[in-house]
Ligand binder design. Structure first.
Ligand SMILES: Cc1cc2nc3c(=O)[nH]c(=O)nc-3n(C[C@H](O)[C@H](O)[C@H](O)COP(=O)(O)OP(=O)(O)OC[C@H]3O[C@@H](n4cnc5c(N)ncnc54)[C@H](O)[C@@H]3O)c2cc1C
Length: 290
């Protein structure tokens, strides 16, 4: 029987627990954190305690060591920086493939988005490491954690510089206001933030605003190489709607787009479209919602 392992640094793994249920067998969480997170809906939790000022990534080898007998199993890692390190270490130790961008997973294989989400490939495997969005926090009543002590690699946190927008969990967000290259300056993103505040939404962006300008952190860009989101409402501001972006938000229930170009592709997948200048429309929307 194929079993599932979930690699995480916290309890934000609701999507992974759901995937594990689809795989079948037992589900074991390996949690690398200062204290054991409470996670329900799984069979067992192994807690690797982190020492003060040692980054979770430094325990990647310890995580891989715990998975020594898991070659035929399905290993799920949340799509976050430390967890991606665990995924790489596990895949290297077990000589398993790493699969990113799966849209569904079973014990035997996965459907994986290809060509920027234009098509899906069916991948068969006997054991694999999959990097998927973690999702919301799971409910608290889970099994008691077994502690596994391990020696980290020699790495130390010497400085912490919080990003302006703070860590995001877009996969769990019910409402998202997303900004594109229609914004001309970083300070103009305050318009989008005000709308997000009025809507109770998370702020997100297209890739150029995270990879090109670095106006937002990389955990806030949506798309085939960024985050996959499925909120109730996705508001796209000054985003053209290239497939590399829309494949990451296609699961949104309601899409609202504001764009000055009536021919912008984003309107083809929008439930509500406003042809107009974001610098006029966004403050008006915010005022109407406040
Ligand atoms: C391998 C690969 C992977 C990629 N992965 C991703 C990914 O994961 N996510 C992602 O987002 N992109 C990704 N991209 C990039 C993607 O192809 C697009 O270039 C990107 O999504 C465009 O971002 P944008 O819509 O913000 O900008 P643009 O395409 O430049 O669109 C800007 C839009 O703003 C509108 N606009 C301009 N001014 C205003 C105004 N004042 N008011 C209203 N509207 C205005 C314009 O009409 C235009 O439609 C990837 C590309 C490659 C090659």
């Amino acid at each position: 029987m194929t079993n599932t392992w979930i690699l995480t640094t916290d309890e934000r793994i609701a999507n992974l627990v759901e995937v594990a249920a689809a795989v079948g067998g037992t589900t074991t969480v390996i949690a690398v954190a200062p204290s054991a997170p409470a996670v329900g809906g799984v069979d067992s939790v192994i807690h690797i305690p982190t020492a003060e000022n040692v980054p979770a990534e430094a325990y990647a080898g310890v995580v891989a060591g715990l998975l020594a007998d898991a070659k035929g199993d399905v290993i799920l890692a949340a799509n976050r920086p430390a967890e991606r390190s665990f995924a790489g270490a596990a895949a290297a130790a077990l000589a398993l493939p790493v699969i990113v961008g799966a849209t569904s997973v079973s014990a035997e294989g996965a459907e994986v988005a290809r060509y920027g989400g234009l098509t899906n490939e069916t991948v068969a495997f006997k054991g694999a490491v999959l990097v998927l969005e973690g999702g919301a926090a799971v409910e608290a009543d889970g099994p008691a954690a077994q502690v596994h002590e391990g020696t980290p690699m020699g790495a130390e946190v010497v400085d912490v510089q919080p990003s302006g927008s703070g860590p995001a969990n877009l996969a769990a967000a019910r409402r998202i206001v997303s900004c594109g290259r229609g914004f001309k300056a970083e300070e103009d993103l305050a318009l989008a933030q005000a709308l997000a505040d009025a809507l109770g939404a998370e702020i997100a962006c297209s890739r150029p605003l995270a990879e090109g300008t670095a106006w937002m952190t990389k955990d806030r860009y949506v798309g085939v190489s960024g985050m996959r989101v499925s909120p109730d409402v996705y508001v796209a501001l000054g985003i053209s709607g290239q497939v590399q972006h829309t494949s990451g938000m296609a699961g949104s229930k309601i899409v609202v787009a504001v764009n000055s170009d009536a021919e912008a592709p984003i309107f083809q997948i929008s439930d509500y479209g406003i042809v107009g200048d974001i610098y006029d429309v966004v403050p008006a929307l915010t005022a109407a919602l406040s």
